[in-house]
Ligand binder design. Structure first.
Ligand code: MCA
Length: 504
């Protein structure tokens, strides 16, 4: 059997190739046939550069049909696809290039000249740029090539993508995701969420993360559902296109914004059958307000970059707010404490096993071994409990990761930079409540009295040069000394309690 994910997607949508697959409102509609040809052109582009199965490429481009064509072209060729947040700085990107040593880097146009030099210095064979318009030179060149209708033969463990997920140590880890990780998860989601060719998915998520790329795109393509493809979550565009849609996927911020939007009414959601939320905890307040306003119970699910989707509230059955439902078919979860499996309703670290679980972190054997148990469960690092019906409730994280509008932020990555700044003796990054993004980072700093005072603006300026905007602390607080426990560890929990309302 050929486990090539594109082959599996194609097999499931080829029955009606003339059907509209993707609509970009007020701009363009393409059929499944157009999509298949577009992906074959991108496969040809990769082949023409000499890339082959197992080679790696990185792209840092804007959400567009070309971005989808490039992703599907990589799948067709068996080229390993790594998308990056378009707002990552060169410092962040340099790390990713050094980590996976791609043969090809595709960047958005005019991101900056340094990137091409960085790629050359780091031995990247090819540096290309592609924009979002139909008149983009590289797109025109690619469309002039003969399409390559390839379905590279892949085994189930062959790698489809490497997606980076931040690490508690401050250095991101490349999660190695196989063709069958992705196909098994998409097949399971199609089944449990009842996706069919009659569905129309409103897609507003970025496609450089698992949620928008795999959970939304793969599941819709596998189901031959139509996709209304928006550049980003913009409330006006969402309200305009919701009436044409039947399913929406989003982070909790999307639902907070909708529920607080006056004009979000029955007209908007009249054809909607399902609202799905994930990537960050959905508050019970938002769940209740949304239900009151629309009579829809948002379906919350739980996943990670390393595992795709793990559990989901049921399509038919109780969607209990504050819980993330039941394991997907063929997936096992358990709560453990110091290696012991806990009984029902006892809080512990959640571990997961199944066809959805990645095979490890690229170039980090030890780190990979640390995160799997002897009997093959992946240790998620999330804290939760499982009740007697098997329903999972999450209650926190063993690390001090912050989730801001669905983006994961690891304090260590920011603290490492802060601790290099003259004038700062100690630093602690903590997550505090944010009414729109759920959580946001703030910096609690101790001055180095031996050095002249540094201003908050100067600190933010240094951070802006090194980090994507979404990681920048929303506030800076100076204190005399950080609270530490007997082990000398900063007691961030105390700081979170003390400053939890500072942004509200
Ligand atoms: C944008 N900004 C942010 C965020 N997003 N700051 C903090 N946190 C954020 N999440 C900043 C921008 O840098 C910009 O700064 C300013 O806010 C306005 O940018 P804009 O894009 O207009 O912001 P927005 O429209 O308010 O975006 C918020 C958002 C967006 C819509 C929630 O962050 C979003 O689409 N998040 C989805 C993330 C996602 O796909 N997560 C899935 C990960 P400036 O103005 O200074 O330039 S996958 C995952 O978690 C697992 C696998 C799972 O289970 O799904």
């Amino acid at each position: 059997m050929n486990h090539n994910l594109y082959k599996i997607l194609y097999k499931n949508f080829k029955s009606d190739l003339d059907k509209i697959c993707i609509e970009i409102p007020d701009y363009k509609k393409i059929s499944f046939k157009d999509l298949d040809i577009l992906s074959a052109h991108f496969a040809s582009f990769l082949y023409d550069l000499g890339l082959k199965k197992g080679d790696r490429m990185i792209c840092q481009i804007d959400k567009s049909l070309s971005a989808i064509g490039l992703y599907l072209g990589c799948l067709r060729m068996g080229v390993i696809y790594t998308p990056l947040n378009a707002s990552y700085t060169n410092d962040e990107v340099k790390y990713f290039i050094q980590n996976i040593q791609p043969k090809l880097f595709v960047s958005k146009p005019k991101l900056n000249d340094d990137l091409e030099n960085i790629c050359a210095k780091l031995g990247v064979h090819f540096f290309k740029t592609i924009g979002t318009s139909d008149s983009d030179p590289l797109l025109i060149e690619i469309l002039s090539m003969d399409p390559l209708n390839i379905f590279e033969n892949c085994k189930d463990h062959d790698i489809a993508a490497i997606l980076f997920t931040s690490g508690t140590t401050g250095k991101s880890k490349g999660a190695i995701i196989t063709h069958s990780n992705l196909s098994s998860n998409a097949l399971a989601l199609r089944e449990i969420w009842g996706f069919t060719g009659e569905d129309i998915l409103l897609h507003t998520l970025p496609i450089f993360h698992v949620h928008g790329l795999f959970v939304a795109l793969n599941t819709a393509l596998l189901s031959a559902s139509k996709i209304i493809f928006l550049e980003k979550f913009n409330i006006e565009d969402v309200l305009k296109n919701l009436p044409k849609s039947t399913v929406m996927m989003g982070v909790p911020t999307y639902y907070n914004r909708l529920v607080n939007e006056e004009v979000f009414g029955e007209k908007a959601y009249k054809n909607m059958r399902l609202f799905i939320s994930g990537s960050a905890p959905l508050t019970e307040k938002t769940f209740k307000e949304f239900k009151k306003k629309t009579n829809h119970s948002i379906l919350e699910r739980y996943g990670m970059t390393e595992t795709g989707m793990i559990t989901s509230n049921p399509l038919d059955g109780d969607r209990v707010e504050g819980t993330v439902g039941f394991p997907l078919p063929k997936i096992k979860i358990r709560a453990t404490k110091e290696g012991k499996i806990l009984p029902e309703n006892e809080k512990g670290i959640i571990e997961v096993k199944g066809p959805n679980v990645f095979i490890g972190y690229w170039g980090m054997r030890e780190k990979t071994e640390e995160e799997f148990t002897e009997d093959g469960f992946f240790i998620t690092g999330d804290i939760g409990q499982i009740d007697k019906t098997g329903r999972l409730t999450l209650s926190g994280r063993s690390s001090d990761m912050i989730i801001s509008g669905g983006y994961n932020i690891y304090p260590k990555e920011i603290e490492i930079i802060l601790n290099t700044i003259e004038g700062i003796r100690e630093s602690a990054i903590i997550g505090v409540k944010h009414s729109d993004l759920g959580e946001s980072p703030i910096a609690v700093l101790v001055r180095d009295s031996k050095v002249s005072k540094i201003s908050e603006n100067d600190i933010i300026e240094v951070l802006n040069r090194k980090l994507s905007k979404f990681k920048i602390p929303k506030s800076i607080i100076w204190i005399d000394k950080l609270p530490i426990n007997a082990m000398g560890k900063v007691q961030k929990k105390n700081l979170r309690i003390k400053y939890e309302k500072i942004l509200l």
